[in-house]
Design a protein around this ligand. Structure first.
Ligand code: COA
Length: 171
């Protein structure tokens, strides 16, 4: 299967912080940021494998700094590591105060997508080739993160086996 460079899946998207997207503290609502992160990451994943994809999991989203209405929010995503049918995408969110120019990392996350064929079954993905130091670091550490996710998935499945699915309003 073909190899792709990490840069080929890079997506950069800059947005304003709109009033409808803020919380009671007048900062960007976390759920809005998570949705934006999932969306840019999905584009990176689809650019890489040129198939449909689904989000399989999101590692912890770390909200490192609040995002204010005077900020722009720039999301950058790219594929960092690939398995057989799954691929890892790194997303960073950089907030920039549009008055002062002050920039800071507001959030980071790794998301895992699974490529799907025309029947909706997992399909093989091209491997990914890093070029820069940052890309090499993220690529070389991807295997370990994937192993952690496998363990976490097992735990989640075990947890789900204990969960009731009765209708709460019937009890
Ligand atoms: C994700 C999904 C396609 C996996 O399907 P499956 O039949 O269980 O497939 P497999 O067990 O063969 O796993 C396929 C790949 O996904 C990976 N994977 C599955 N679940 C995962 C998870 N929770 N986290 C990370 N990777 C996961 C596997 O490790 C495997 O990777 P590999 O081929 O690179 O080794 C399926 O569970 C699903 O459809 N989930 C719902 C997805 C969804 O609705 N997302 C939100 C909307 S887009």
């Amino acid at each position: 299967m073909n190899k792709k460079y990490i840069r080929q899946s890079r997506v950069v998207q800059t947005d304003l912080v709109l009033p409808n997207d803020t919380n009671n503290h007048n900062t960007l609502f976390g759920g809005v940021l998570m949705k934006k992160m999932d969306a840019v990451a999905a584009i990176s994943a689809r650019r890489h494998c040129r198939t449909d994809v689904v989000t399989a999991s999101t590692d912890s989203v770390d909200f490192l700094a609040p995002i204010h209405p005077t900020d722009s929010i720039c999301l950058e995503s790219f594929v960092t590591w690939t398995g057989r049918t799954s691929l890892e995408v790194f997303v960073k969110a950089v907030a920039e105060d549009l008055l002062s120019g002050n920039r800071r990392i507001a959030a980071t996350a790794f998301l895992t997508f699974v490529a799907l064929d025309e029947n909706g079954s997992p399909s093989q993905v091209p491997s990914v080739v890093p070029e820069t130091k940052e890309e090499e670091f993220l690529h070389n550490t991807g295997g370990e993160r994937a192993e952690n996710r496998k363990r976490r998935r097992k735990k989640s499945e075990e947890l789900a086996s204990y969960m009731t699915i009765d209708k709460p309003w019937d009890s």
